[in-house]
Design a binder for this molecule. Structure first.
Ligand SMILES: Cc1cc2nc3c(=O)[nH]c(=O)nc-3n(C[C@H](O)[C@H](O)[C@H](O)COP(=O)(O)OP(=O)(O)OC[C@H]3O[C@@H](n4cnc5c(N)ncnc54)[C@H](O)[C@@H]3O)c2cc1C
Length: 370
């Protein structure tokens, strides 16, 4: 019997489903994909795009094109809510969309601190489209002035943004900016001391200042105010605070985990509504809470695709195994990185080359379907 599969978001966890959509259409099912942009940007390469290592077209997937080419329908819009009883998705600018089976890959966002007044030059590290705007604004500014760039956050994305803003200035500017990272209690606190030290050494060698033990209280016209009362000049501010899952589940009354992500069982299926599935940053995998990294979204792909088709066809679902330790590579700009996998750890150019190779390979694989 003909059914309708609706996908919210064309993110990392939907790559295999998007690539295999023709198979679902061939089984006579309708497929609708909802996304706010015709493209999906690969965040792992976002900081590299900020510095100019990659062009925007190199790090994005043509979601609309891929969907329409395979006989699906793409709706350029944002999902604002779900009625899981009536089985419809509400959109910002279009009519509600009914579904038989729904898959959610709506990602995560960066929470904003208190901001006073109107500030155009505050950039969140997500969505990645914002980093593209930041790159153009920074490049223009670096040619003429010494800028003060403040990065709020003390984790991997703050490190990567700091290093890549430095590279952008070094390669395109006349004046080097003053870059300050406001890292909260401790910079890269979730990582082993040896990884942390390698990153600190690379950044401080470039005169990037890392402030620890201070929190940002507010952001206003041209300053950032810290909780100790100090104010820092800030022409550009990057918000690289930890991400939060899309709020649509909690707002729709669908069971969530403590982080607000949709609570799913080992089949990546809502614990409450068996026709709703999900993957990536927007879910809370209740058997084993997962880090918000693209690695898990990528690993979930084949299982999510299998289970969506199985639910449409009445077949058996497959459990997801998150697997063991994952490879971490940070792109610190200047074409150097830091790599860590279990006991193996090194920094410098080889780490960047490995990340560059893996990321380009991932892009080639999924851009090929375009
Ligand atoms: C700067 C930065 C660098 C990173 N580097 C790495 C890295 O090197 N390696 C790694 O493993 N992880 C990295 N991460 C983490 C990684 O980005 C996330 O874990 C990953 O993006 C999660 O994928 P996702 O598909 O769930 O979400 P996203 O990549 O955020 O994709 C979600 C998609 O849903 C769409 N969407 C959002 N809201 C809605 C809505 N309401 N309706 C419809 N569509 C919607 C978005 O447009 C987007 O296309 C990085 C994160 C950042 C911020």
């Amino acid at each position: 019997m003909k059914k309708r599969l609706v996908l919210i978001g064309g993110g990392h966890a939907h790559m295999v489903t998007l690539a295999s959509m023709h198979e679902v259409v061939a089984k006579e099912h309708d497929v609708i994909v909802i996304g706010p942009s015709d493209h999906h940007y690969y965040s792992g390469m976002g900081p590299g795009m900020l510095s100019g290592t990659y062009r925007p077209e190199e790090i994005r997937f043509a979601t609309r094109h891929v969907v329409e080419k395979q006989g699906g329908r793409f709706i350029k819009d944002k999902a604002t809510g779900i009625d899981p009883e009536k089985k419809v998705v509400f959109l910002e600018n279009n009519e509600p969309v009914p579904y038989d089976v729904l898959s959610c890959n709506a990602g995560s966002h960066v929470p904003k601190p208190e901001i006073e007044g109107d500030r155009e030059d505050i950039f969140t590290v997500k969505p990645i489209e914002r980093l593209m705007e930041a790159r153009d604004r920074l490049k223009d500014h670096f040619k003429r002035h010494t800028a003060h760039v403040v990065i709020i956050g003390g984790g991997p994305s703050a490190s990567e943004v700091a290093g890549n803003v430095w590279q952008l200035a070094a390669e395109t500017g006349r004046q080097m900016p003053r870059i300050t990272v406001c890292a909260g209690s401790r910079f890269m606190s979730r990582f082993p001391a040896s990884v942390r030290q390698k990153i600190v050494t690379t950044l401080t060698r470039r005169e990037i200042v890392i402030r620890e033990g201070v929190y940002v209280k507010s952001v206003s016209a041209e300053t950032v105010t810290l909780n100790n009362g100090e104010t820092l000049p800030a022409d550009f501010v990057f918000l690289a605070l930890g991400v939060r899952p899309s709020a649509i589940f909690a707002e729709s009354g669908i069971a969530t985990g403590p982080d607000g992500g949709m609570r799913v069982n080992r089949f990546l299926q809502s614990t409450q509504y068996p026709d709703i599935f999900g993957g990536g940053d927007c879910i809370y995998f209740q058997d084993q809470p997962l880090d918000k990294v693209g690695v898990y979204a990528v690993r979930e792909n084949p299982v999510l695709y299998h289970n969506l088709v199985a639910r449409l066809e009445g077949d058996e679902l497959m459990p997801f195994d998150p697997g063991g330790d994952y490879l971490l590579i940070f792109n610190l700009g200047g074409r150097v990185g830091v790599l860590k996998k279990r006991w193996l750890e090194f920094g410098g150019r080889p780490a960047f080359i490995i990340k560059d190779y893996i990321d380009r390979k991932f892009m080639r694989e999924f851009q090929a379907i375009e």
